[in-house]
Ligand binder design. Structure first.
Ligand SMILES: CC(C)(COP(=O)(O)OP(=O)(O)OC[C@H]1O[C@@H](n2cnc3c(N)ncnc32)[C@H](O)[C@@H]1OP(=O)(O)O)[C@@H](O)C(=O)NCCC(=O)NCCS
Length: 224
């Protein structure tokens, strides 16, 4: 049963900073070790992250979602989905040029070890290219729930939202799960394709990080 106090909706541009703060806190001991391996990000970097989120909402059609506890008004979780699809009207597959354009590496932050970040993108992108080819899909890039609000159903609602969109469009959904996140995605129909390891120790990181690459078949392919 969904929690009646929790509501999922689109993030507004002026809520980008709040989303950034949730992401920053939740990723503190995991993803931040890759993004900011040279040290705690400066205010300048955090402002840049906020601006990237705002720009994603306003100009790039990135599907940023928030989950709000309407009994307190607090934003407790967030997600970033994208619908990857062909540019040409009527096309069912993307061109390889479109596929490769999606994989452009972002500019590193001041606190980023550029090779470490490239290592992450190379690992994720080469697998996406191999697993999804030119097919259209929905991808869950980020899912974060504040630790004090875990297990109230926010994460599941945010996953469900994208799965429903993928089903409406008749396309697959894809994500790179942390080992902690993988069981939840299984409950929503995602199937593990491959486990991969990012060798952070190669670049001076404390430990390597594992991910489960997961694909959720398009609705028409799944058994009723
Ligand atoms: C994974 C995460 C998004 C789940 O969010 P959530 O709002 O707690 O999600 P739900 O309440 O819908 O719970 C879904 C499932 O997540 C798992 N889960 C959530 N919190 C957990 C915890 N502290 N320990 C172990 N499993 C947990 C459980 O399997 C849970 O299902 P259950 O309660 O039926 O056992 C959240 O824990 C999180 O932000 N984790 C850190 C960041 C991360 O790993 N993000 C996912 C990257 S792929």
């Amino acid at each position: 049963m969904p929690n009646p106090n929790l509501q999922v909706s689109f993030l507004k541009p002026d809520e980008a900073e709040q989303y950034m703060r949730i992401r920053h806190e939740v990723f503190r001991s995991t993803v931040n070790n890759i993004l900011y391996s040279r040290g705690e990000p400066s205010q300048k970097t955090l402002d840049r992250v906020t601006e990237e989120i705002r720009d994603g909402v306003v100009n790039k059609g990135i599907l940023y979602l928030k989950c709000v506890d309407i009994s307190t008004g607090e934003m407790i979780a967030g997600a970033r989905w994208r619908h990857i699809r062909p540019k040409a009207k009527g096309a069912t597959e993307r061109t390889w040029a479109e596929v490769d354009a999606e994989f452009a590496s972002p500019e590193p932050y001041d606190e980023t070890h550029p090779e470490m970040l490239n290592g992450l993108y190379d690992l994720f992108n080469s697998n996406k290219r191999e697993i999804l080819g030119t097919r259209p899909y929905y991808v869950l890039d980020t899912l974060v729930t504040l630790p004090q609000h875990e297990r109230r159903g926010a994460g599941s609602m945010l996953v469900r939202w994208g799965c429903d969109r993928a089903d409406e469009a008749g396309v697959e959904a894809y994500l790179e799960a942390s080992l902690m996140g993988a069981p939840m995605y299984g409950k929503h129909g995602f199937e593990p394709v491959k486990e991969v390891e990012l060798e952070l120790t190669k670049w001076g990181g404390k430990e390597n990080m594992s991910f489960v690459l997961m694909l959720r078949p398009a609705k028409r392919e799944r058994s009723p």
